[in-house]
Design a protein around this ligand. Structure first.
Ligand SMILES: [Zn+2]
Ligand SMILES: [Zn+2]
Length: 189
């Protein structure tokens, strides 16, 4: 069976070099749906607690929320960083509190201090799905990611259901850490 949850991400971007109106900087509320599959854990009668999917995903993905997403070769990037620098907000501001840990993957690098994500490819809905899968594939048994942004939407399925079975806590349903210990309630297998 599957558990799924939805996250909202508000971001600004543009398609550098694209010939349509999207070559201009603009913003979206993106809606990301993450589907996680496994057997129904008998202890808690769920696949995975959705608030835990949210928590795990948000930890990393909050770096995209109220953020600017630019491709690494976009000339807006040095221009914006220079303005942030002049303003003294490039390396953080007291009001910038919603920060996940900085990350760097093959496809994206997050700079939470200035709410910026630099991507290798244009950040389309398809591009976002690739980035999200890369960031979360080792943390959750993801079988499907859907991302919509305005009228644009894309979806991708991964692997086979039921082939990812990992030990989950019979008391709260989350994945057990190495040694069979629950990081939330301390249950030991
Ligand atoms: Zn757009
Ligand atoms: Zn537990």
């Amino acid at each position: 069976m599957r558990s799924f949850t939805t996250l909202n991400l508000q971001y600004a971007h543009r398609f550098y070099g694209f010939k349509g109106e999207a070559q201009y900087l603009h913003g979206h509320t993106g809606i990301l749906t993450l589907e996680v599959a496994d057997t129904v854990s008998p202890g808690v009668n769920m696949v995975f607690p959705c608030n835990e999917i949210q928590k795990t995903a948000w930890e990393v993905l909050q770096n995209f929320d109220h953020a600017l997403v630019l491709r690494e070769d976009d000339p807006l990037l040095p221009a914006i960083l220079s303005v942030y620098e002049t303003q003294g907000i490039k390396d953080g501001a007291p009001t910038n509190k919603q920060k996940g840990p900085a990350f760097k993957t093959e496809l994206a690098t997050a700079y939470p201090e200035c709410r910026l994500v630099v991507t290798k490819e244009t950040m389309t809905v398809e591009g976002m799905i690739k980035i999200v899968y890369d960031l979360l594939k080792d943390k959750l048994n993801i079988v499907k990611i859907t991302f919509t942004s305005g009228v644009n939407g894309a979806t991708q399925e991964y692997g086979q259901e039921g082939q990812h079975e990992k030990d989950r806590c019979p008391l709260c349903g989350i994945l057990l850490k190495e040694g069979g210990v629950c990081p939330k309630c301390g249950y030991k297998k």
